[in-house]
Design a protein around this ligand. Sequence first.
Ligand code: NOJ
Length: 554
Amino acid sequence: MTRQWWKESVVYQIYPRSFNDSNNDGIGDINGIIQKLDYLKELGVDVIWLSPVYESPNDDNGYDISDYTRIMSDFGTMEDWDRMLQEIHKRNMKLIMDLVINHTSDEHNWFVESRKSTDNAFRDYYIWRDKPNNWESAFSGSAWKYDKTTNQYYLHLFSQKQPDLNWENPDVRNDLFTMMKWWLDKGVDGFRMDVINFISKDQRLPDGEANNGKLYASGHSYYMNGPRVHEFLQEMNQKTLANYDIMTVGEMPGVTPEQAKLYTAESRNELDMVFHFEHMDIDSGPDGKWDIKPWSLVELKQILSKWQTELEYEGWNSLYWNNHDQPRVVSRFGDDGAYRVESAKMLATTLHMMKGTPYIYQGEELGMTNVRFNKIASYRDIETLNMYEEKINEGAEEKALLETIHAKSRDNARTPMQWDSSANAGFTETAPWLQVNPNYVDINAASAVADPNSIYHYYRKLIALRKKYPIVVYGSYELLMPESESIFAYTRELRNKHLLVVSNFTNEFVHFEIPKDYLKATKIIGNYHERNEKLEQKLELKPYESCVYYDADF
Ligand code: NOJ
């Protein structure tokens, strides 16, 4: 396994709309990010992943790009962006840009041209057909939209304003690669690639298997990890990525470890790592994310451990608990009430001690929680609003829908960053684009930075451990007690050095038997600071307690 800077890094994701508003228009912006770079440096992160800041009509908050080479005016100017990059580099941090190239906005010039006539030079930049198939859009309803100008339908796997690009067309690929080179030459340190395993569609575009007489069906098997995806990524790598010292991470719903190895094996020259979704789907039933079911620790461990071991010799894992599309981790897998602080630290320990590159989503380091707005009018997310409308039309109860939204809406992650206890959490001085979570009075960066026992300082220590102990980055992984419903324990090993990580996922006291070999190990971090450092064979773990033991010589 080769050493790489991006294996040794910790990435911090910024969702710019909700991060910090410098000009008090209620929307976060690039100058707001610059103001907080010292905060991020203090935390110890190495890389910033910036969600899209390109020009966009904001149907999907910037994931619908109308010009890849301009900055959205809500966020500032290209000069602001250039200055941000300089300031990031000055602090020895790196910047990776979100790259949304499965689709564009319908307001992108390519699409404006494409829809004009069937013989337009850009017609073939998108996917047009006389008849739609039965695929469902990720944001509800059909994935096809009728366009009366030319009497054809275009494919949009996401919103109607996000037409899918036709990667079969070499001009599309070349234009995208030219654009990527333009950003790389400006000095960006890599890309996070949006739904990049959707770019190759089965050209027959077959109907998906209809489910319970529903109107639309999933077309996943015809566009996730499609027939030419590896060929396209190898071409991209060769024409752009290979010439720069950068990192790449592909967002890949539906990816399996076997496929992930193909995407990330060093010898194949595609991407450095992928985001899989298996642990994010653990509380979704057969009807998808809104069909909520209880999750189990046994399954969570099984999924994460499978990824750890499958990618042991080939490829590389990205480690994450949440992002701008997912609920807040402490509300989902921890306890956002009485044990918020303990469980947030426990979850952080469990993730950051695994093998892979950890990602922190803004506010996770503060233990920010899900939000519970009591009316749909407070929500802004297109996925949430479309689902609500569809279900209300089908006769669903508002109360039940709001419950689901409280658990799963993407707006849980998008409420503004909680900087301090002043009005609007110090995010802005005016009404924010999405209301702040009322708990900002207690949960905010200013108080976390001032409190040495805060979640924030705990993250700092975890990041520092990664820098101090190569075993955290490169050690092999082994799960202990796979059947335990309360404890997540695993070991790491690197050249006779060992780590033992033990986490209690419950709000009760539980017992853990320390493996004999570890009895002389030293505790290097834990979330209950009063615990005696000396190890006894029978360890009693407090609610949500998590500890890491290190032994250099057995
Ligand atoms: C995945 C992004 O993370 C999400 O926010 C977006 O809505 C879709 N891709 C479509 O771009």
